[in-house]
Design a protein. Sequence first.
Length: 318
Amino acid sequence: MARIGSSDLEVFPLSLGGNVFGWTADRDTSFDILDAHAAGGGNFIDTADTYMASAPGNVGGESETILGEWFTRRGSRDATVIATKVAKHPQFKGLSAANIAAAADASLGRLQTDRIDLYYAHAEDPETPLEETAAAFDALVRAGKVRYLGLSNFSPENTVRYLEIADANGFARPVALQPHYNLVHRNDVEDHLVPIALRESLGIMPYFALASGFLTGKYRSKSDFEGSTRAASASKYVSSQGLAIIDALEQIGTAHGVSIATTALAWLVAKPGVTAPIASASRLDQVADLLAVGSTQLTADEVARLDEVSAWNPGGTA
């Protein structure tokens, strides 16, 4: 288990992404995935109030609703650390005080719980003063509706500013950051956010940990994306450098007896500041590769090899 930043939340070093629930995984499939995740030792689930509003026929909150039903049917709420987010739901946009309060109550209702373990600001809101946002999140913590706070998609500058506002006013501090971070998207996080996270004791929970499926190794050419729901997101990584990363992951994974996906997640877990990468499963047979990260430890040489092959080369073929 790993601890999230300065909190007392102890989590499995993989956060199961709830973005597929109510989208590429229907209710029954989602329940099977959640059952397998829990049976394998997983206890950390990441969702958002907006998942999956973009899917045809959805309105937002479908993932939280499925999770709430699963918690109630399985009696698993107390054994699970649940993270959700506010700012992007069609009915609850932004980070004003009134919106945060209303969105949190709506999420609690869908999740069928009395508290959110980790509540993220899902995106910056330039229309709302950050002082108002920080005060609103602090009020949720003081009311017992939220245990800990996190920031997702915040710039380094506004991450620091939020912390300064919290400290100056005695507000609850964030304990986690959730940025886009993986082997094919490294520099912004490593150059600018990781130093802040290490200095301020913030746990990093990378999203797109598998680069929309590219880092599973199943996409080796443009034709492999035909019929894929994530083609637009993942196909851009098919390059000479991208394929070299897959080859290195495959060789290292073979040495450990694990998949390319597991190896990519293990690289993230080995990076400074990272607590638990976020990855989702649309099928039951994908869960084992996610959970295997808990027992896969890369050597320093293996991490260095992946660092080298994935290093961004301006003007190169990445």
